[in-house]
Design a protein around this ligand. Sequence first.
Ligand code: ADP
Length: 548
Amino acid sequence: MLGLMQNWPLTVDKILDHAANWHGDREIVSRSLEGPIVRQTWAQTQARAKRISNALKGLGIRVGDRVATLAWNTGRHVETWYAIMGMGAVCHTLNPRLFADQLCYIINHAEDRIIFTDVTFLPILAENRARMPTVEHFVVMTDREGMKGVTLPDALCFEDLVDQSAPDFEWGGFDENTASSLCYTSGTTGHPKGVLYSHRSNFLHTLSTLGVDVMGLSGRDTVLPVVPMFHANAWALAFSCAAAGCKLVLPGAKMDGASVHELLESEGVTFSAAVPTVWLGLLQHLRATGGKLSTLKRVVIGGSAVPEAIVRGFRDEFGVDVTHAWGMTEMSPMGTISSPTAKVAAMSADEQLRYKLKQGRPILGVEMKLVDDAGHRLPHDGTTFGRLMVKGPAISSGYFKGDGGQILDEGGFFDTGDVATIEPDGYMQITDRAKDVIKSGGEWISTIEIENIAVGHEKAAVAAVIGAYHPKWDERPLLLVQLKPGAQATLEEFLQFLEGKIAKWWMPDDVVFVDEIPLGGTGKIDKKLIRERMKDYVLPTAKVTATA
Ligand code: ADP
């Protein structure tokens, strides 16, 4: 027997309609690419997005066509998202931090017909125009003034399209399983692969993220998503802030400590989200300038593991609560968040910190299990490491155009590529990416754990651990440290700092000081590049063993 409830397709245009109807005068404030701070309301955003939908229709875009954005977080980018998705086309977010070859590959693979671009990216598009044969137009996200000097052929002016297009557009009217958006994972092995979200998956994921124990956003919050809209959906904030009626503050191209701080203070931001490197930059800026955080209450940190020094820094120096989250592009992206259970909330502040550093508990709509290499379930006892597998309505069932083949196990679980432990009450901790974990004498060593302790050393700016070949143990940990500008340190200082904080057999066999630890397109330590750079390196312990 079926229920007798209304058929109300879960399409994301309804989220913006809700914001425009019931939170119509709440603002979206952007640091524009032109420079000034620009203000608009949710109602204006909806009205302008409908005009853009009409413009897209006029340019021949139909349901299912791919329309790309190459843009920073701004009000225009939010309008473009809803304009594309609302009419049933697929919004393809391009990551401008990728190399030109990868960008061209992705654009061709997706068969993008139009690219909406910020002025920042005109040079790279102009240079590679001939390599994007499916692209018919570029829409430059600026006004008439900003178009002066734009030489890219087929370029249209965003504000002209808004002005010249009709205001009314009927959004929705398609199945909720229709594709809404496309985002390629950075593809540490092989080509990037396309994650294709649906309206339904985005809608359900948005509802899950709104939970009090998840993002817990309310209509009273002012939210600054530093996490870019081109990276894993900006952790759904362009949807959840509309759903909750938050004031949204968007940083444009400026994500350095000083610029973020200025917006946090001038707009009265209460909640923000970013990867650890951004928060490190902000903490450094605040300490150097004596700056305060007068309205900020909560920050969510994810994308890579949060070091203890960040949680303590925000809590002890600025009274800001840090919540650690984990997820991935394939999960829309949120999987777990480290909000306390009743049991953890009753613990002392220092005991709670141990849980805060874990990646957290699954949000509603995420099933998790640990398996060994043969696919057998492992216990959730908080100590057994295993491959982390996930299942849910906002998790990929396959990649765009079938790339990567069958990606689910027999039970329908997706392999995250992460190695983790899970406690009986759901607290999950990432030990490593499966490809980074160090296998020493048949046992696993977590590179993340060593890195996070090492980066707490007062002289360290960034720390990375990789496995280096060892004739007896297969691999042993090698610690690379990028020191703070002007700092000098010795190997012994770092080894002493680690002593007692990790198991003896986890101690790095060597410490190498480097000028730069490279970060990849999504702001994470690029271990693949480090391994390439260190390919001729031989551990001192390996030499001894080899000659002994
Ligand atoms: P990529 O960076 O490969 O394009 P994602 O941005 O989707 O892809 O990254 C997902 C991966 O990032 C996860 O599988 C995990 O390895 C890592 N990650 C995300 N959040 C955390 C976290 N809080 N702690 C540790 N690792 C994390």
